[in-house]
Write a protein of this length. Sequence first.
Length: 367
Amino acid sequence: MAKLFEPITLGKLPLANRIVIAPMCQYSAEDGKMTDWHVQHLGNLSQSGAAILTIEATAVSPEGRISYADVGLWDDETEAAMGKVLDSVRRWSDMPIAIQLAHAGRKASTAKPWDGGAQIAPQDANGWQTVSASDIPFLAHENAPQALDKAGLARIRDAFADAARRAARLGIDAIQIHGAHGYLLHQFLSPLSNTRTDEYGGTLENRMRFPLEVYDAVRAAFPANKPVTMRVSGTDWTPGGWDIEETIAFAKALEARGCDGFHVSSGGLHADQKIPVGPNYQVPLARKVKEAVEAMPVIAVGLITEPEQAEAIVATGDADMIAIARTVLYDPRWPWHAAAALGAQVKASPQFLRCQPRALKDLFTAG
């Protein structure tokens, strides 16, 4: 049997295979509230045959959104809107659903990507004042973020916990905390964006402090039988920045706290990053983390597009699971096609059983 289609357990959550649908921002929310777009988008992906579907980066407070069109989970209205979407998706799919909880920090207050994606000034429509570990903007010409004081840190930490409790009420199966791609928690981790002189800056231990506090708050607020994972950039791809050795230290600290999974991405923190983009370009980072931790599952991501490529990653032990994002946006039935290519089976809803190719009579198992 193909390793990619062997079951695995994430914490106490059993998964049918090792394919994760990674979170993908859709920039289609209204005042933080999911819309009918999300019914279509998540409903489509819930029929893909993957092991678990992750809801896009979901801001824990309004100023934590990347753009004004991002999804949020910070009040009863955003919770109700998400609940309506989840009710529709779950009516037709029993795929486990995770959510990525996030705060964009200094990379917030932007236009939609198809409108250029530039930062919107606080005084302009759809803009607001951003916050970060220090008052260093992502780009030199942008409005500088406000450095968070102790009260601000407590407010954001509490917002993550509150969003976790709301996720639990919605019956969400797992939480991924966003600590990657240059967003707020990554801004605390990297010495390029964190120049604080208090207990939250300077040494690696200090720079890890706030992200670990957020993890602890989320873990305490979410049911103990449901997994909480962390997504991290394995390197800033910039001299003097966050690197793989620090990533490993962070992974070990999380594993010691009982973290249920570690997603290894990269970059997004600094404008001068030099990323060697190509197939599997982030897999060596995942491999180094997996070699260093004891048992915490490690998830690889980044330009994983071919079934044989994904199979090799998990079969050789580079990672325990693989995550796909743009790949599955382009081909929402990628797990079906991977199962067909690797001689495996994949779950399909009964409405789709009759589309099974004649030459692949054992491809589908009834959902």
